[in-house]
Design a protein around this ligand. Structure first.
Ligand SMILES: Cc1cc2nc3c(=O)[nH]c(=O)nc-3n(C[C@H](O)[C@H](O)[C@H](O)COP(=O)(O)O)c2cc1C
Length: 432
């Protein structure tokens, strides 16, 4: 699909590479200003040498040509620098996992309030839905969500490349391919964890996406895949043999060769056929040791570990030997954990009070309601703000039943903010 036929993205979405274009414009303006100064200073020099009119004319034409070449060079160099910046500037130390039906745009906006730099992933969206469905509805997001990565599901290189390009046009900072989801429906559509058995095919998909976009492409995976009923795979889950490790290593190496900039590894085996998606996140044992061995065997490949991280200390321990940690359920159910992590990684991060977090969400809800969204669609992601504390139940009731009541509007969230004032102190202090 050529850039010209890409769908128009909605106004609420930052235009593609707006910051790159700005950076280039600034560079060009600076160069132009400098070149004006040079020209102003050059005129008396011409006079001093007493060049003939014809010579001065030729000299000024040559200078203009040179200037054109330089402007072009500045343009190209600026763009290259800007894109290189985009690639290396993604801070992968802390990210929030893609979670279907959970990490939608409202959830991501809410979580952004706790941590300004965390990389947020969308829920998985299939490449077919992006290319053939209502892309603006599926992909629109608020500029405050940056940095935000789009997770795609699929196994057709051409379709994935087109979807990746559309995602880039919508302003996403990274495209991620799902090779970790074990659901039956997904396996029958030939994507998700079953793709780990087809490394060549996945490499083709990654290479096609890398060729289609200028933003980073990454892959999220499990440490391996087994098939069968729970009792049949018990033995396979208990151990992780040398050939299992070799297969994982080969998969990661192929993805890297194809252009993937990081391997995001959910440190569990996926069981296809025998466990539900929920069980697949709980039953197979966590194997951080396998991911650590992988990192030791492939030190040049950025690795992000995912799975079971629930405390700041455990996440910081993991960060001693790999590039990043990805938080899933804990960040969703207890978002203050995200704030704690953000502060542990950047101590200057100021954690807003709960009142401020809620007032921010009330303003957001007002804008979203005006755009036709429903209040419960927003507040359902905010239930964990008081997790494990006094007042949590009343707050949850307000955010769920209160938000569903007839005529409810953003005032519901403001009422919760008013109670937060009485609670006093910063949200972060409360969560410790
Ligand atoms: C409700 C839910 C939906 C999920 N959907 C996706 C998904 O769309 N894509 C994906 O790669 N992983 C998905 N996952 C898996 C998470 O990204 C993550 O790998 C898993 O929850 C383990 O991390 P955690 O222990 O920190 O939660 C989902 C998890 C949950 C709980």
């Amino acid at each position: 699909m050529s850039r010209d036929v890409l769908p128009k993205y909605p106004k609420s979405v930052a235009p593609i590479h707006a910051e790159d274009a700005r950076a280039v414009r600034v560079r060009i303006d600076r160069w132009r200003a400098a070149s004006r100064l040079t020209r102003a200073g050059a005129q008396p020099v011409h006079g001093m040498f007493g060049l003939s009119r014809a010579l001065r004319y030729r000299a000024s034409r040559s200078l203009r040509a040179l200037r054109r070449i330089l402007v072009h060079w500045v343009d190209v160099a600026g763009l290259c620098a800007a894109f290189v910046d985009r690639a290396v500037n993604i801070d992968r130390r802390l990210s929030v996992a893609p979670m279907m039906d959970w990490t939608d745009r409202h959830c991501r906006y809410f979580l952004r309030g706790f941590s300004p730099a965390t990389l947020l992933y969308t829920e998985m969206i299939t490449a077919a839905a992006v290319t053939r469905g209502n892309a603006p509805r599926l992909l629109a997001f608020d500029p405050e969500e940056h940095p935000v990565a789009l997770q795609l599901g699929g196994s057709d290189p051409g379709e994935l490349a087109t979807a990746a390009r559309i995602g880039e046009a919508f302003g996403y900072d990274e495209i991620n391919l799902n090779c970790g989801c074990p659901s039956e429906r997904v396996a029958s559509g030939a994507f998700g964890a079953c793709l780990m058995r087809e490394p060549q095919r996945v490499a083709e998909c990654v290479a096609a996406m890398v060729a289609a976009v200028r933003i980073p492409v990454t892959v999220k995976m499990r440490i391996g895949v087994v098939s069968g009923a729970r009792c049949e795979v018990a033995g396979a889950l208990a151990g992780f043999e040398a050939d299992d490790f070799a297969a994982l290593q080969q998969f990661v190496a192929l993805m890297r060769q194809a252009g993937s900039q990081a391997a995001i590894v959910h440190a569990r085996v996926a069981v296809l056929g025998g466990l539900s998606p929920k069980e697949n996140r709980e039953v197979p044992p966590l194997r951080y040791d396998v991911v650590r061995r992988l990192k030791a065997a492939m030190p040049d490949i950025p690795i992000v570990l995912n799975g079971g991280l629930r405390t700041v200390q455990s996440a910081l321990d993991v960060l001693c030997w790999c590039e990043g940690v990805m938080l899933g359920r804990e960040a969703y159910h207890r978002p203050l954990f995200l704030g704690q992590m953000a502060q542990a990684l950047a101590p200057q991060t100021v954690m807003p009070s709960r009142e401020a977090l809620l007032m921010r969400m009330a303003s957001y809800a007002e804008r979203q309601l005006a755009a036709g969204q429903s209040l419960p669609a927003i507040t359902r992601h905010m239930l964990g703000l008081y997790a494990g504390e006094a007042g949590a139940r009343a707050y949850r009731r307000l955010m769920s039943e209160g938000a569903r009541a007839q005529g409810a509007d953003a005032q519901v969230i403001r009422r919760a903010a008013a109670s937060a004032v009485h609670a006093g102190g910063s949200a972060y202090e409360h969560s410790r």
